[in-house]
Design a binder for this molecule. Structure first.
Ligand code: ZN
Length: 637
């Protein structure tokens, strides 16, 4: 789907229209020219080819398509360029679905019902006799009236009070059920979903109520009842309190994610307004994505309950399988969907964020901690450990000093995390920490790291071949696949690949990532792919799959293969520019546009000079320019 989006955006965007927003273009034959926005020049050598949707600057050599252009002039990354250009072209991306108007109207109606209910419940809590049970609980927990109002807390009476209220307002009960407010009775009819509960309205970032969390007053089961999953409510994509926290998050450049509603409320009451709650679920990628625009410094402060730090780790629900086995009671099912530690590291890279973990004092949750000693909270948050440090501590705490097999197992378990961390300096730093903690020589940890890199970069053999209908891969696809799969082998080739030689924006993005000094040569291709934007990741997976259908090669062969692909690519690029210029010249000749003709011939001869090794196919225009304009071009410099 994402693959199609890139192609569709390219098809539906007129490069001349796009470039015209930034550069004054003048038609010369079939192409357009103007002053290059990427380098200083007085005479235009920046040419746009509308038919192929490409541009090329004969002065500085920059070239590419709409994506390259937009990324260059707006200084944004591929993901943002894709989103912005898709918006301009009126194309919906899969990632950011905007719904058809009738669906939007329906969703809006459901949200309005939730807002109506929130106002009703808030009034019950604040002003009615039935609400006193809720007020008592809040008073016991030390929640001020002011903060209860800021969060819009409410109280759901026993019975079907909301149902009657909605009925008086002619609300269709089936719609209210769809909004998550009523439940269908088995005997027919509807009942209130929330009864005798303190209600926490859950709002979007924009402040719209899409659901509730309801806390039982007595011993009712379940203790917490949420709105059901629906078209408007998905807990894993929401953070409680985010609408109220956003400004502080931006100002403090830090967001603290706690577990429960009461934790977030206590923090806000005592002036820590950059705190939001994950509402008891494992923190999800969507939640991290929600906050990363406001701050990339993300601190997770999740409950340490009576069971101590072991439970903290478990409540993170994000640790790899091996560790879980020690911490999860025997027989408990492990959720295959939960994010693992590697995933956290990849999120850090994908969102360019720093995820840290707070180790809460044993037996205390943030709510208790803040209420007992409000000033201590900032100290606790400041003690947050970077995720990897926290994880390594937790993983090694149970390993006995004398238990050699356990030590070896721990090292093997941690290696994938170090690999995911990227930078070799970072890897060496953590390898040192692991070695010290396990009282092992540092070299043995590093050796294991290198061995693992060799294992994971070795070509897989047991792969089901794709159907033979798969498209024949182009030279640039093949080159990028080789560079991605055999990184160490191709380190000599990588610096030789000029970005502008690649015609496909996704390949350029891939090359940019491969050139990123933060990503070590030892990182496995799959790991790199996992950190890419969806559109680029899909493409990279196709490249790797195609590569696996080709016979295995020796390292030397692979490098020669890559160099050959690069040369073919340069030749292709040269031929392409030649043919573009020649057809522009032909068009200029037809219309007797002498000025354009002279310009284009100069470009042509400049191009030829630069690529002397590739002799172009015989062409009358080429011979003309070479014989006629060369001295002129040379003396003009
Ligand atoms: Zn230029």
């Amino acid at each position: 789907m994402a693959r199609d989006a890139v192609a569709e955006v390219r098809d539906r965007t007129e490069i001349v229209d796009l470039v015209s927003n930034y550069v004054q273009l003048k038609k010369t034959g079939r192409s357009f020219k103007g002053l290059c926005p990427f380098h200083q020049e007085k005479t235009p050598s920046f040419i746009v080819f509308p038919e192929s949707g490409n541009f090329h600057c004969f002065g500085c050599g920059r070239g590419g398509d709409i994506f390259t252009f937009y990324m260059g002039v707006e200084r944004v990354e591929f993901r943002e360029a894709l989103q912005e250009l898709a918006k301009r072209a009126g194309i919906e991306l899969v990632n950011a679905p905007s719904l058809p108007p009738e669906v939007d109207a329906h969703r809006n109606r459901l949200i309005e019902l939730n807002e109506l209910a929130a106002a009703y419940y808030a009034n019950v809590l604040r002003n009615t006799a039935t609400g006193s049970a809720g007020r008592d609980v809040l008073a016991q927990r030390g929640v001020s009236t002011e903060i209860a109002e800021r969060f819009g807390l409410g109280f759901a009476p026993d019975g079907d009070a909301l149902g009657r209220y909605l009925n008086q307002r002619d609300v269709d009960p089936s719609l209210a059920a769809e909004a998550g407010l009523l439940s269908e009775r088995e005997s027919g009819g509807y009942r209130d979903r929330f009864r005798n509960r303190l209600l926490f309205p859950i709002r979007t970032k924009e402040g719209r109520v899409v659901g509730f969390g309801g806390r039982a007053l007595g011993d009712a089961i379940p203790k917490y009842l949420n709105s059901p999953q629906s078209v408007i409510f998905d807990k894993s994509t929401l953070l409680f309190g985010l609408d109220l926290a956003q400004d502080s998050i931006r100002r403090d450049d830090q967001v603290v994610i706690v577990e429960g509603y009461m934790d977030a409320i206590a923090a806000h009451q005592f002036g820590y307004a950059n705190v939001v709650a994950a509402m008891g679920t494992a923190v999800t990628e969507q939640q991290i994505g929600l906050v990363k625009r406001s701050s990339r410094n993300i601190v997770l402060a999740l409950d340490a309950d009576a069971a101590g730090q072991g439970a903290t780790v478990r409540s993170l629900e994000m640790l790899p399988g091996a560790l879980d086995q020690e911490l999860t009671p025997i027989g408990a099912e492990r959720d295959a969907n939960r994010p693992r530690a590697e995933t956290m590291i990849i999120w850090q890279r994908r969102f360019k964020s720093q995820i840290s973990i707070v180790r809460l004092p044993e037996g205390k949750d943030p709510d208790e901690l803040i209420r007992r000693d409000p000033g201590s909270w900032s100290t606790v948050v400041a003690s947050a450990q970077p995720f990897l440090d926290f994880y390594i501590d937790a993983a090694l705490s149970a390993v006995g000093r004398a238990d050699a097999p356990a030590k070896a197992a721990a090292v093997r378990r941690l290696i994938p995390l170090l690999e995911a961390a990227g930078d070799q300096v970072v890897q060496a730093h953590y390898a040192g920490i692991i070695a010290r903690k396990l009282q092992l020589p540092e070299s043995s940890v590093l050796r294991e790291l290198r061995r693992s890199a060799v294992r994971t970069t070795a070509p897989r053999t047991s792969r089901v071949a794709l159907p033979a209908t798969a498209t024949r891969s182009s030279n640039e696809d093949h080159l990028l696949a080789l560079l991605l799969r055999h990184r160490a082998i191709c380190q000599h080739v990588l610096p030789l690949v000029p970005l502008e030689i690649l015609g496909d924006a996704r390949n350029r993005e891939l090359l940019r990532v491969l050139l990123d000094p933060e990503i070590p040569l030892t990182m496995a291709a799959e790991m790199i792919v996992a950190g890419l934007d969806d559109a680029v990741a899909d493409h990279a997976e196709v490249l790797l799959e195609r590569l696996e259908q080709t016979p295995p090669q020796y390292p030397g062969q692979i490098e020669r293969d890559a160099r050959r692909a690069l040369i073919r690519l340069e030749k292709e690029r040269f031929d392409y520019l030649m043919s573009q210029l020649q057809s522009s010249i032909a068009a200029a000749e037809e219309t007797d546009d002498l000025e354009a003709l002279s310009d284009l011939r100069q470009q042509l001869s400049a191009l030829y000079e630069r690529h002397r090794q590739f002799y172009p196919p015989p062409s009358p225009y080429f011979r003309d320019t070479r014989d006629g304009d060369r001295t002129q071009a040379a003396s003009g410099r």
